[in-house]
Design a binder for this molecule. Structure first.
Ligand SMILES: Cc1cc2nc3c(=O)[nH]c(=O)nc-3n(C[C@H](O)[C@H](O)[C@H](O)COP(=O)(O)O)c2cc1C
Length: 234
């Protein structure tokens, strides 16, 4: 706690700025498209590629990050956490993002490799859910991506002990300046604690919003080496 008095608007539920009646009225009747098993190729990666490309083409301006996805992880005891990360590569092996291996998500994944990814592509009224387990990307792939990032982002990855407590913002900025001076004119080494994870899928579900809440849900489920296609109730 900062010890600062809180404003009554924020601390009092009676004066809550949130208008619950308007929330209750917020809903969309989805009607842009449909999805059937007959539309789906044998490979979920092919289906993902088609939807990802369509989402890129339909995204409204620069702010909409189609590669933003919610990563859910859990401790072995079943305590769940979720956060957004950026998809940086995908192929038939799985879906890759980069992060700090010592962060909360990294610690959870080290103890329990099960993970889930969720994409919401609002402009096309679509959701994709991926369930699987993680493996670390090769050191080469992590290093290649690290060096492709802007220099300041590379330094930021070293400065930030992601998910740990920091006394204030100034501490981060001072550490950043010191690192800049230390590495001036030199290649920045990839920290040991930084790298990629690949989510290797066992299930991928494609959700297309439909009128009257009768949405289409087509799920690919891995059985041995094959993918089985199933329709789920909305
Ligand atoms: C749009 C967006 C993209 C993000 N991309 C990443 C990313 O690729 N990697 C990452 O480690 N954190 C990313 N973050 C920050 C995470 O959401 C999160 O705050 C951070 O990874 C710490 O999570 P943790 O404490 O659960 O480990 C992103 C956040 C947003 C909003």
């Amino acid at each position: 706690m900062s010890g600062q008095p809180q404003s009554p608007e924020i601390s009092s539920s009676e004066n809550s700025p949130c208008d619950n009646s308007s929330l209750a009225d917020m809903r969309r009747n989805y009607q842009r498209a449909g999805l059937s098993k007959a539309d789906c190729p044998d490979s979920p990666f092919e289906q993902f590629t088609a939807w990802f490309e369509a989402s890129k083409a339909a995204s409204p301006g620069d702010w909409f990050e189609v590669n933003a996805m919610t990563l859910s992880t859990a401790t072995p005891a079943g305590s769940v956490s979720a956060r957004i990360v950026l998809l940086k590569a995908f192929d038939e092996r799985g879906f890759v993002f980069f992060t700090n291996y010592d962060s909360q998500k990294g610690t959870e994944l080290a103890a329990n490799p099960h993970a889930s990814l969720t994409f919401y592509w609002g402009p096309l009224e679509r959701q994709v859910r991926i369930v699987g387990f993680v493996e670390k990307t090769s050191r080469e792939q992590s290093e290649e991506y690290f060096h492709a990032r802007p220099r300041a982002s590379q330094l930021g990855a070293i400065v930030s002990q992601q998910s740990s407590l920091v006394p204030n913002r100034a501490a981060l900025e001072t550490a950043m300046q010191q690192l800049e001076t230390q590495h001036e004119g030199k290649e920045i080494p990839v920290p040991e604690h930084w790298g990629g994870y690949r989510v290797v899928p066992t299930e991928i579900e494609f959700w297309q919003g439909r009128p009257n809440r009768l949405h289409d849900r087509i799920r690919y489920r891995k059985e041995g080496k094959a993918w089985v296609l199933e329709r789920l109730a909305p």
